[in-house]
Design a protein around this ligand. Structure first.
Ligand code: LLP
Length: 471
């Protein structure tokens, strides 16, 4: 709401002015809040969805569909919110981006420019970061089954921390570090036994987990004792990740409590002071109505308060705090643009709207019953008139993108924009049914740059080999 004053005001009206300005500022705050939800998205005069100053109808014409669109200003804004709340707002803290959510050269450059560190979980993610000239000292290397090759690559590159997940890795790492005559700084990954309220496939802090050393049965103690006896390993601290898409900040408070308690027990037991506490990622985001994520500032306040309480109670010196958000940095910054093709209506049962992508570019509904919202990008200001379900083009009944969403009456050729697809979509995409992966464009200030080229049919055959006897 904007207050327009178009005639001279009477004195009594003037008295109202402060109130009107107050109302106005409330509205502006709300608008800003709503804007932030989906970054720079808005509907332009032609009724088209616009992102980063780019008309999505034009993007579809220029780059084709399906297309992932990443909103650069929004990614940077979130990075700055994290840096502001955790790094500037706290003493001795670091935010590292979990690149599994979306890893490309351009993304690594943005993360470096914003001053965050980087979490990688494979040789491939590490290679991407190094090729993007990401400073190795700010890289953390995770993973529950790192190979000798991957560990060698990490040691040679000089990554900042290797997060050791298990005894097998610990012995290989010590051996490799000795061969390369280099001491390696490590964190130990522990499973603290916290069941965060999230989908079971993305819950990792509970005891029945493939990741890390269990705290409660003494395995973590044995791991630490062993690591301290490895001459080429330097144990800087511990790490835990309790799950993903977590809304309850209390889960993080609980995590801090348990981890500080454990660090303090170690200090009492063997006199070793662990200096770093990496709390993992997991901060939840908005995907669809009903999702009510907390604010990043409140996340930081919760961690800070829990840390102060736990350190005071345990008389333990405050360690360095590291967090590893992935989804919450890129999730709401991504939109996938599709073209509507066939439409099938089964009276009184369901209307299927099929688009030119599917579970190959977004497997999250199939995997986690994830919910999404969408608009018709070329008719974004039109009223919704019917409930439909959005399906893809894979030969699979479970190939659904959205179940039951209200849209204007869609016709073949319309553009469908599915929002909040920035995390774990491109990075989990596949070539099932030999569908080619969409390209990715980075939009900002009215410009769109291709940051990942659309795959072609010949890309599909890049690694196929036809033995002579089959020719
Ligand atoms: N740190 C560690 C050690 C992790 O395992 C993960 C995510 C993160 C950080 C980042 O968590 P985030 O802030 O993104 O929640 N594919 C699933 C998500 C799997 C998350 C795996 N680990 C999905 O699409 O929901």
């Amino acid at each position: 709401m904007v207050v327009v004053i178009d005639k001279p005001m009477a004195t009594e009206d003037l008295l109202l002015l402060p109130f009107l300005f107050f109302l106005n500022s409330l509205y502006i705050e709300r608008e800003e809040e709503e804007m932030r939800l989906h970054g720079t998205q808005l509907v332009n005069e032609q009724g088209h969805l616009e992102i980063g100053g780019c008309d999505t109808v034009e993007l579809a014409k220029k780059f084709g569909t399906p297309l992932y669109i990443m909103d650069e200003a929004h990614i940077r804004d979130i990075c700055q919110q994290y840096q502001g709340s955790f790094v500037k707002g706290m003493e001795n803290a670091e935010v590292i981006y979990a690149s599994k959510a979306f890893s490309t050269l351009a993304m690594c450059r943005i993360i470096d420019e914003e001053g965050l560190g980087l979490d990688v979980v494979s040789g491939g993610e590490l290679y991407t970061a190094l090729q993007a000239n990401f400073p190795a000292a700010r890289i953390y290397f995770h993973g529950n089954n790192k190979s000798r090759e991957e560990l060698t690559m990490a040691i040679n590159a000089g990554v900042g921390r290797i997060v050791v997940d298990n005894f097998h890795e610990m012995s290989i790492l010590n051996e490799l570090a000795e061969d390369l005559n280099q001491r390696v700084n490590i964190l130990l990954r522990v499973t603290p036994g916290i069941e965060a309220h999230t989908h079971e496939y993305i819950r990792t802090g509970q005891i029945d987990s493939k990741f890390g050393f269990t705290l409660s049965d003494g395995t973590a103690d044995r791991a630490l004792d062993l690591a301290l006896s490895c001459p080429f390993l330097v144990v800087e601290g511990i790490h835990a990740h309790i799950g993903s898409q977590i809304f309850e900040l209390d889960s993080f408070r609980h995590e801090v409590q348990i981890m500080i308690g454990y660090m303090s027990d170690i200090h009492v037991r063997i006199g070793y002071l662990l200096q770093e506490l990496n709390l993992g990622g997991g901060f939840g985001i908005y995907y669809a109505s009903g999702d009510e994520p907390a604010q990043i500032t409140d996340y930081a306040k919760t961690v800070q308060a829990a840390l102060e309480d736990a350190c005071r109670d345990q008389k333990f010196p405050r360690p360095k705090i590291i967090i590893e958000p992935g989804r919450s940095i890129v999730g709401t910054a991504g939109t996938t643009l599709y073209t509507v093709g066939s439409i099938k209506e089964i009276p009184e049962i369901r209307k299927y709207i099929a688009v030119d992508g599917g579970m190959t570019d977004n497997p999250r509904l199939a995997l986690y019953q994830a919910r999404y919202e969408a608009v018709l990008a070329n008719r974004a200001s039109e009223e919704t008139v019917e409930s439909v379900s959005v399906t893809g083009k894979c030969c699979e009944s479970g190939d659904m993108l959205i179940l039951d969403i209200d849209l204007p009456k869609a016709i073949s050729g319309d553009l469908l924009a599915v929002s909040c697809t920035g995390a774990y979509n491109y990075s989990m995409s596949s070539n099932y049914n030999r569908l080619t992966r969409p390209g990715v464009v980075l939009v900002a200030g009215g410009h769109a740059d291709v940051i990942v080229r659309r795959e072609t049919h010949s890309d599909l055959l890049r690694n196929d080999v036809l033995p002579a006897r089959l020719k």
